[in-house]
Design a protein around this ligand. Structure first.
Ligand code: HH2
Length: 277
């Protein structure tokens, strides 16, 4: 057993690159274009197969950013990374931003609002892009006010499958569609834990599942760690749990550390996956 064999078995790592002043854990760090590009290169070298570039924070209470400002932040970064042959995903809720980023070389559209906007579906289809449909209840301004579900797992699943069907109807190929339960987006601690425990149900849909649990506040709620940059151990534990449940990709801030943990887990566990309960 060697590193190359293990790499083939573990989930794909997507590195988080926020070109924003206000993201919850790395806001302001990569606002400078050159710093952002360097950080993207570093993530790629550390083992990220995808770099997810975002120009708008979607943390609870975040303000909307005009499309021009978002484009100003992300476009040079997308272009520079894509030119180096790095697979770039654009994390945006705006069709105009997705369109420009895809023209600049991005290959994946990651929409935390779940492709509700028909224009977003049209743009992704036109570019033959891969897409990540994420579930969010409400909007970033309101989502944590009083999230409510009768049955969080079936409601989130139903939304994702319906949106995937809408996307296919718009001309996006099934094999280009990924789904994501949206940890922390309009969810209480209980909702987040229930979704994490039931990840195998999302895997059982047949759509590849992406999990974004890195540094999120459920870790703070369970451990008391208020500083997002100190949530690496909890983030790695969640990543390994996701891998065990069969997710195909992990969206993480700490690429090198997560990769190391995944390689060891894969070597020991042999890739057994949990089944839906
Ligand atoms: N989480 C965040 C942003 N985009 N996309 C997907 N598909 N899944 C996620 O869980 C997800 C996401 C939030 O994290 P981050 O980008 O670090 O913070 P912010 O929104 O404050 O920029």
């Amino acid at each position: 057993m060697n590193r190359e064999q293990l790499l083939r078995e573990i989930p794909t790592i997507m590195g988080v690159l926020n070109v924003t002043p206000d993201s919850f854990s790395d806001g302001g760090r990569y606002l400078d274009t050159n710093a952002a590009i360097e950080a993207g290169f570093a993530m790629s070298r550390a083992g990220a197969a995808i770099v997810d570039v975002g120009g708008e924070s979607t943390r609870p209470g975040a303000q909307d950013v005009p499309a021009e400002e978002e484009l100003f932040r992300v476009l040079p970064v997308v272009e520079a990374l894509a030119k180096r042959g790095i697979t770039v995903s654009i994390d945006t809720r705006k069709a105009a931003v997705a369109d420009a980023a895809l023209k600049a070389g991005a290959r994946i559209v990651n929409d935390v609002s779940g492709f509700r906007d028909p224009e977003m579906r049209r743009v992704a289809a036109e570019h033959d892009a891969s897409i990540i449909i994420m579930h969010m209840q409400g909007t970033p301004q309101t989502m944590q006010v009083n999230p409510h579900y009768e049955d969080v797992v079936s409601e989130v699943l139903e939304f994702l499958v319906e949106q995937a069907e809408q996307c296919m109807a718009a001309g996006i190929a099934r094999e280009r569609i990924w789904i994501d339960p949206g940890i922390g987006f309009g969810k209480t601690l209980d909702h987040n834990l229930t979704l994490l425990r039931h990840l195998p149900k999302f895997v059982a849909t047949g759509y590849p599942v992406l999990l974004g649990a890195s540094r999120k506040s459920f870790i703070a709620h369970l451990t008391g760690e208020g500083d997002p940059t100190k949530r690496l151990p909890g983030s790695v534990a969640a990543a390994l749990w996701g891998a065990r449940c069969g997710v195909k990709a992990l969206r993480v801030h700490d690429v090198e550390e997560t990769l190391q943990a995944l390689l060891i887990w894969q070597a020991l566990d042999g890739g057994a996956r949990l089944q839906p309960v």
